[in-house]
Write a protein that binds this ligand. Structure first.
Ligand SMILES: Cc1cc2nc3c(=O)[nH]c(=O)nc-3n(C[C@H](O)[C@H](O)[C@H](O)COP(=O)(O)OP(=O)(O)OC[C@H]3O[C@@H](n4cnc5c(N)ncnc54)[C@H](O)[C@@H]3O)c2cc1C
Length: 447
């Protein structure tokens, strides 16, 4: 780059790169150049600059993917300055693609709107989250990408491509969940819903009861999920029910929220993880204690405060999407495997549900889906545990979350995604020179 005469350098868009690391500390890279674009024009110019210099471009969000999907040794494009509400038309809200999910409550509140469903945290950018298929739980609800009604994309040849029901509509099911492979999202249009209250019931329950009732529970409740604590027979269930915005609220008090979510879930938990790492045999009793100390609470609050929590304990994660009916059996097999191998696992296993959708690269495409996520503390090596469980997931035709650790590649992913070939053909059309690629995309989509 670093031709000092470049207008992009003078405008402060381009800077020399440095070391980049993701949140989970599982991936790092050395982008040659960092570009901080403030508007669509600067995105187009950055794409042209990279093309001219023979470099690849990778837009980056909050770096919360556990895979190397966001890594680059070319130009790392930060569009966090392209954020906020661009327009509102009824329930349709167009946002700068660099908007972080945590900005949304304040942005949507004046319009009386909210996202219909959310995942566990709100640190991600909307572009990063939708591009990897980020999801929450709820058998009648899809992931974030299913809530998008349009996007604007800067493609490899510098075109500003609008995709919606009215323009280039055939591209919509690919562009809203594009793995960052099709171009740079500069804005997204989200179909929001009237703001609502969630009433939350969190409690420990016997694992066999919950596994037997899995199908009934996800059908009966708006948002049901549970956490399996290895080495115990107890799961922590979370059942959230949607209520009108004027329903009575009983939010967690500031102290209770701090105690449960920061002190217990993060502070004390971090200390127990470090203890378990030093002395693995203490993990089973610590897990039993954790189940007793966390959970068992009821509260009701505006939806983002119930859907999301703070996570300050760093970990690595693998999550697979399975046909929903296989969830109980897969969980039983994982528990048996942990016992058989004698592993000491301190992190709970998270189980969620999602509606089927028709997005080409969605992990829920074409089938009602259950998700199982396994975690390891970031100071522990996750490979043996994750690989053995991945083998179980593959027996159920599991699909890996694009932003969470896995070992799959195009050769074996093609059979599980009915529209895989169409997505690759679209990538060939929009990015024939592979301006937006990186080794991860070469692996999962083909070079
Ligand atoms: C603590 C934690 C909790 C999580 N909880 C959940 C959860 O509940 N549910 C779930 O499904 N996932 C969850 N995830 C995974 C996370 O939601 C995804 O990995 C998500 O992609 C991260 O968003 P990001 O903004 O950090 O994107 P990044 O990781 O920075 O980027 C992800 C991808 O998006 C692309 N991208 C970013 N911006 C653009 C753009 N403008 N245009 C085109 N492509 C772009 C990048 O190039 C990259 O390919 C969690 C992750 C962590 C660390």
């Amino acid at each position: 780059m670093t031709d000092i005469r470049s207008p992009l350098v003078r405008a402060g868009v381009l800077e020399p790169g440095g070391r980049w690391r993701n949140w989970g500390r599982s991936e790092s890279s050395h982008p040659r150049v960092i570009a901080r674009a403030h508007d669509v024009e600067e995105v187009v110019e950055t794409v042209a600059f990279a093309r001219d210099e023979g470099l690849t471009v990778k837009p980056i969000g909050a770096g919360h993917s556990f895979t190397a999907i966001g890594a680059t040794d070319g130009v790392q494009l930060d569009i966090s300055a392209i954020d906020g509400v661009l327009s509102v038309d009824g329930n349709l809200v167009t946002l700068g693609a660099g908007t972080n999910l945590y900005q949304l409550p304040a942005l949507l509140e004046p319009h009386g709107l909210a996202l219909t469903n959310m995942g566990d945290i709100d640190r991600q950018t909307i572009a990063g989250a939708t591009s990897t298929g980020t999801h929450g739980t709820g058998a009648a609800f899809g992931g974030l990408a299913t809530q998008l009604r349009g996007v604007t994309l800067v493609t490899a040849d510098g075109e500003v491509l609008k995709v919606s029901a009215d323009e280039n509509s055939e591209l919509l099911p690919a562009a809203v969940l594009g793995l960052g492979a099709l171009g740079v999202l500069v804005d997204v249009t989200v179909e929001c819903v009237p703001a609502f209250v969630l009433s939350a019931v969190e409690k420990p329950e016997p694992i066999e009861t919950v596994l037997e009732e899995w199908a009934d529970r996800i059908a009966a409740h708006d948002h049901f999920e549970f956490y399996v604590w290895p080495h115990t027979d107890t799961v922590l269930t979370k059942t959230n029910t949607r209520l009108p915005i004027d329903a009575e609220r009983n939010p967690l008090g500031a102290f209770q929220r701090w105690f449960d979510d920061d002190f217990m879930a993060n502070g004390v938990y971090r200390a127990t993880l470090n203890l378990g790492r030093a002395i693995p045999p203490v993990i089973p009793p610590l897990n039993r204690l954790s189940v007793k100390l966390t959970g068992d609470r009821r509260f009701a609050d505006v939806s983002p405060k119930v859907f999301t929590t703070h996570r300050t304990v760093r970990f690595r994660e693998m999550e697979y999407a399975l046909p929903v009916e296989h969830i109980p059996e897969a969980i039983r097999r994982i528990r048996a495997l942990i016992d058989e191998k004698g592993w000491r696992i301190s992190f709970p296993i998270e189980v969620r549900a999602s509606a089927p959708d028709d997005l080409w690269m969605s992990t829920a495409t074409g089938r009602a889906t259950g998700y199982i996520a396994v975690h390891r503390y970031f100071r522990e090596d996750p490979i043996e545990y994750f690989s053995a469980i991945e083998a179980i997931f593959r027996e159920y035709d599991g699909r890996p979350h694009w932003g969470k650790m896995h070992t799959r590649s195009a050769e074996n992913l093609v059979t599980t995604y009915p529209r895989f070939g169409d997505f690759v053909a679209l990538r060939d059309r929009l990015d024939p020179e592979r301006l937006f690629t990186n080794p991860y995309l070469d692996r999962v989509l083909g070079a």
